[in-house]
Design a protein around this ligand. Structure first.
Ligand code: DAH
Length: 341
C-alpha cells in the first residue's frame, strides 16, 4: 500500500507539471484528490491492512495529499502568472501614438447673440436678471395694462396651464416683477433675457418657443430722448458705428407713447438691398415710455418717476445678423447648421 501511495504521488506530480491551464489543473485535482479520485480509492484498502500498520500508512497518505495539494497551488500560481504576462505582452501600449481628439462643443448662434446684446447693456450700467417662464396672467397681461378682451389673452394665442397661469408670451411681465422687488429704489436699469411661448404654428418666421430680451429703465426725469439715445448706442455697438435709428409710432398697451425702432440696414448702409427689402431700414425692437398704470402696478408713483422700456427678439436679430432665413434652424439642432458659427 505504501508503494501504491508513492506511485500515486509520482504520477500526480507528473500530471500537475504537464497541466497547462487552470482547467487542466482542475481535472488533475479531481482525478487524484477528488471524492472519487485515486487517493480515495487507495485509502479504501486501509480496512484490509493490519490495524497496527494503519497509523503509519495514514501518516504517509496525509503527506501525499499535502504534497499533491501544495504542488497544485504552486502550479496554479505559475499558470496564472504566465497568463498575465502573456496578456500584458498582447496589450502593450504605444504611448507615442497621437491621442484621440475630443470634439469640443461651441456656443449656439442664439446664445452668442443674446450674450452680445446683454453684454452691451451690461457695459452701459444695466443689471441682468431672469424672470419665470411660467407666469401669472396678472404679470403677463393685467399689470401690463392688457385688458381682459385683448386678443393676446385668447386661449388660442397663449399656452394656459390653468385659468390664472400660463407660459409667458413675452418678457415684459418682468418689468412689473422687478419694480415690485426694488420699489421705491431708484434708478432701475435692467435687462432680462429669456424664453417666451406662443401658440404659433412653426414657420420660417414663427416658433412656439422663442427668445426675447426686455430692457427697463425707471428713474426721475427719464425722457424719450434717453430712450432714443440708449437704443442708438446699443445699435452702434451691436451692428456697427455707422448705424442710425428711426422711431416710428407704434402701439403697446404697456407703453405710452410707443415706438417701433428701426436701424439703418447694415448690409447696404441704407441704400436698399435684399435684406431690408429695398427700404434701407430693419425693424429690430418695440419700445416706449412705461405706461403710468404699469409704474403704479410696480409700486412707483407715475407723478414722481418715469421710465422707458424696450423688447427685442434675439431670434430675429440673429437671423438678420447671420443672414438666416428660417427661425426653425435655431431649434432643430442640426450640427451641419450649428457648426457654421
Ligand atoms: N412685449 C412686446 C412683444 O412681445 C415687445 C415690447 C414692446 C416690449 C414694447 C417692450 C416695449 O418693453 O416697450 O411684442
Amino acid at each position: 500500500m505504501e508503494q501504491g501511495l508513492q506511485r500515486l504521488l509520482a504520477t500526480a506530480l507528473k500530471a500537475i507539471s504537464a497541466a497547462c491551464s487552470e482547467q487542466e489543473l482542475d481535472q488533475v485535482r479531481i482525478k487524484f484528490l477528488g471524492r472519487k479520485g485515486e487517493l480515495t480509492r487507495i485509502l479504501r484498502a486501509m480496512k484490509d491492512i493490519a490495524p497496527e500498520e494503519r497509523p503509519q500508512v495514514g501518516l504517509i497518505a496525509n503527506k501525499v495529499r499535502e504534497q499533491i495539494g501544495a504542488e497544485l497551488t504552486r502550479r496554479l500560481q505559475e499558470i496564472q502568472q504566465h497568463q498575465r504576462s502573456e496578456q500584458l505582452k498582447k496589450e502593450k501600449l504605444d504611448i507615442t501614438l497621437p491621442g484621440a481628439f475630443v470634439t469640443l462643443g461651441h456656443k449656439h448662434p442664439l446664445s452668442i447673440v443674446i450674450e452680445d446684446i446683454v453684454d452691451i447693456f451690461f457695459r452701459m450700467g444695466f443689471d441682468v436678471y431672469e424672470g419665470p417662464e411660467v407666469e401669472y396672467d396678472y404679470y403677463n397681461f393685467e399689470a401690463l395694462n392688457i385688458p381682459k378682451h385683448h386678443p393676446a389673452r385668447d386661449m388660442q394665442d397663449s399656452f394656459y396651464l390653468t385659468e390664472e397661469i400660463l407660459l409667458r408670451t413675452h418678457t415684459s411681465p418682468f418689468q412689473v416683477r422687478i419694480m415690485e422687488q426694488l420699489a421705491p429704489k431708484l434708478p432701475i436699469r435692467v435687462v432680462c433675457p429669456g424664453r417666451c411661448y406662443r401658440r404659433d404654428p412653426a414657420d420660417a418666421t414663427h416658433s412656439p418657443m422663442f427668445y426675447q430680451i426686455e430692457v427697463l429703465v425707471v428713474d426721475q426725469n427719464v425722457s424719450f430722448a434717453n430712450l432714443k439715445h440708449t437704443l442708438l448706442e446699443f445699435a452702434c455697438e451691436m451692428f456697427g458705428p455707422e448705424r442710425k435709428v428711426r422711431l416710428r409710432p407704434g402701439f403697446f398697451p404697456f407703453t405710452e407713447p410707443s415706438a417701433e425702432v428701426d436701424i439703418s440696414c447694415f448690409v447696404c448702409e441704407g441704400s436698399g438691398c435684399g435684406l431690408c427689402k429695398g427700404t434701407g431700414w430693419l425693424e429690430i425692437l418695440g419700445s416706449g415710455m412705461v405706461h403710468p398704470k404699469v409704474l403704479a402696478a410696480g409700486g412707483y408713483d407715475p407723478a414722481e418717476v418715469s421710465g422707458f422700456a424696450a423688447g427685442m427678439g434675439p431670434d430675429r436679430i440673429a437671423m438678420l445678423k447671420y443672414g438666416i432665413d428660417d427661425i426653425r434652424l435655431f431649434y432643430e439642432n442640426d450640427l451641419r447648421f450649428l457648426h457654421q458659427f
